[in-house]
Design a protein around this ligand. Structure first.
Ligand code: ZN
Length: 240
């Protein structure tokens, strides 16, 4: 799955499993609609408390199959030490040029883990740099049309929510594919936040977001620009 493919959608995240947890429902939904969907992980997760990077590689491939991804790449940057530098920006920009996604999903800028914040900045800058003609990377200049931001829990500035009721179980399956991290309930309660089981967390959060818009489960996303609406009379979600 490492060879590059022309994509409709590319999600970029710091660690294998970030994409599954934050926007796995949307990835699955888009793949089911026939879109070409891919994931780019910046690190191999070698600093994780359980398992090693080889475990994470095979778990990430299994999760990609479950989500129906057409591509999953890994740039093998240093876990828990991702540096915001030009070299790393150009590595990501190279993948953007090679895969030419119209939509890119990046981590929201407000983050608990420094790697997630670094990924936000690197990813945004890479989308810009990929479009510069004279920059020294392979491939034709290309800039994604749209960037949306996903998050674990920190931010509340949601721009829109996506109904993932039909995809929620499969999203949990994709996260469960990281067996070295979440197979043992003891571990699953320690990795994410002390005492919080990852699957309880995902269900509670997706349900809470779903209740805000009258569906069973939802994921939240933020955009930096405004959203243009043609006909407010038919906008979903009742006001009263
Ligand atoms: Zn992470």
């Amino acid at each position: 799955m490492a060879e590059t493919t022309r994509l409709d959608i590319l999600a970029v995240a710091a660690h294998p499993d970030d994409i599954e947890i934050t926007c796995g429902g949307l990835m699955i939904k888009m793949a089911r609609l026939g879109r070409s969907v891919g994931a780019l992980d910046l690190t191999r997760g070698e600093m994780g408390s359980f398992g090693d990077e080889n475990d994470r590689d095979s778990e990430a491939s299994a999760a990609a199959r479950i989500m129906g991804l057409a591509y999953r790449g890994n740039l093998a940057m240093s876990d828990s030490a991702i540096e915001i530098n030009q070299d790393n920006k150009l590595k990501i920009a190279g993948v953007i040029r090679a895969t030419r996604p119209e939509l890119v999903i990046l981590p929201h800028w407000e983050q608990r883990h420094p790697d997630h914040a670094a990924c936000h900045r690197l990813g945004y800058d890479a989308c810009f740099l990929a479009g510069l003609k004279k920059i020294e990377i392979e491939g034709e200049p290309y800039r994604p049309r749209k960037i949306i931001y996903s998050s674990y829990f920190r931010n509340k500035d949601y721009s829109f929510l996506v109904d993932i009721s039909a995809e929620f179980d499969r999203k949990c399956e994709a996260v469960a594919a990281y067996r070295s991290q979440f197979d043992n309930p003891q571990n699953a309660r320690r990795i994410f936040q002390p005492g919080v089981d990852i699957f309880d967390f995902m269900r509670a959060r997706a349900r809470q977001l779903g209740l805000l818009v009258g569906v069973e489960y939802a994921e939240a996303f933020t955009v930096k620009e405004h959203i243009l609406v043609d006909d407010p009379q038919v906008m979903p979600v009742s006001s009263m």
